[in-house]
Design a protein around this ligand. Structure first.
Ligand code: PLP
Length: 397
């Protein structure tokens, strides 16, 4: 056995999260794409079967009330809350991340800008995941703002009394760089504006501390590190003290103070419910609820510690096995700047990833030249990491 394989065995033996892997449906494939689609928690198929056959098939309409369907968006929001450092009552689940970003960003501009204010710029991360940029562009046109795309490090320098709202990513989806949420949030607040954080690549992977750092609004997806399943609904956080002023650009009957009053005038509900729009997507939502049970007894701090150990070990194995100069790591080495993925640049990345997948190591390729490996501490072990780096070296040789 190689030195690194022996080290992996030792690390796996000391891993307090190792038993969690058994709560997922996995095979012999090294699955390093949980940052795109989390693996299937074993409790989900049975729950979905129950939701479809009994709750829908037998109870039918009664499930909305007796079965807890109606309140599922807030209930599941409260289940996610501790994972992102939020007290209960501030998160609702529903719609896609893209839709949630729209609600949050237009809502943020409306919070920042009474009619007479000159705040007319939306600052957005120029390196963002495309949907965030598209939504920000549309939000700017709708609110009469100018879009100001800058890199996250340039954000503090462009803030001022024209800033209406800022949209930032906690972790860069391509490079895996972790941005400094506490200091950027403080900088936006010092300019008198609200900030919206996109937590797609941090929720379930590392501590976020929404309440602790006074974040205004946040959106995240649940099918990556939260393993909610393909297209599972997103979550929206609106800080408790802003909820009364949160004016959603998508007011639907589900966020009405009295949804069954069927009144022609809109009167927003109090609390997190105000972030809802229409009828919740119950099948995916309840699959997500079952998926979240894997978090019972798990702390985000333990997940973060293992995540850093996994990515450190992957970098060590890549350095040892892969011929020098063949790949360039674009993920920061410093723990404070690293999410839960490692991105390696190599000119033929698309082809390399195809061959890795053929050999049972699944990561993904991001245009134009990035190999992306996501590490989900709940089900990825150190032996997986060693094998992934070894197979990568074989493919690159
Ligand atoms: C995954 C991801 C999304 C996905 O948006 P959907 O509306 O769920 O398709 C958005 N933003 C970021 C930063 C992401 O990583």
């Amino acid at each position: 056995m190689s030195e690194l394989a022996a080290k992996a065995q030792k690390l796996d033996g000391a891993d307090e999260l190792a038993a969690k892997r058994a709560e997922f449906v996995l095979d012999d494939v090294v699955y390093l794409d949980g940052n795109s689609l989390g693996a299937l928690p074993a409790a989900v198929p049975g729950r979905v079967e129950d939701v479809v056959r009994r709750q829908w098939g037998e109870l039918r309409i009664r499930s909305w009330t007796e079965g807890g369907w109606w309140t599922a968006p807030e209930r599941i929001g409260d289940r996610i809350a501790p994972l992102v450092g939020a007290a209960a009552g501030q998160i609702v689940v529903g719609d896609s991340t893209s839709v949630g970003l729209f609600k949050a960003l237009v809502g943020a501009v409306r919070l920042a800008r009474p009619a007479d204010s000159g705040r007319d710029e939306i600052v957005v991360d120029a390196t963002t995941f495309p949907t965030d940029g598209y939504i920000a562009g549309s939000a700017a046109r709708m609110t009469g703002c100018t879009l100001r795309p800058v890199t996250p490090s340039e954000v503090p320098g462009v803030l001022g009394d024209r800033t209406a709202a800022v949209l930032l990513n906690h972790v860069d989806y391509r490079t895996g760089r972790l941005h400094d949420l506490p200091s950027l949030t403080a900088a936006v607040h010092a300019a008198g504006a609200p900030v919206v954080w996109d937590l797609c690549h941090s929720a379930g992977a590392l501590p976020v501390g929404l309440d602790e750092h006074g974040v205004d609004l946040a959106v995240g997806c649940t099918y990556k590190y939260l393993n909610g399943g393909p297209g599972s609904p997103a979550f929206l956080y609106v800080r408790a003290d802003l909820q009364d002023r949160f004016d959603s650009p998508l007011p639907g009957w589900n966020s009405h103070a009295e949804p069954f009053g069927m009144r022609p005038e809109y009167e927003p509900a109090a609390g997190a419910v105000r972030g809802r729009v229409g009828t919740p997507d119950i099948l995916s939502m309840l699959a997500l609820e079952a998926a979240l049970e894997v978090w019972d007894g798990v702390t985000v701090d333990a997940v973060r510690a293992k995540s850093l150990a996994l990515t450190d070990f992957f970098l060590e194995c890549v350095e040892e096995y892969v011929p020098a100069g063949r790949v360039e790591c674009v993920t920061p080495r410093a723990h404070a700047e690293r999410g839960s993925q490692v991105a390696l640049r190599c000119p033929d990345a698309g082809d390399v990833m195809g061959r890795l997948i053929e050999r049972g190591v699944v990561g993904d390729f991001r245009h134009p030249d990035v190999l992306r490996f996501g590490f989900t501490p709940l089900y990825v072990g150190f032996a997986d990491v060693e094998r992934a780096a070894r197979v990568l070296a074989e493919v690159l040789a």
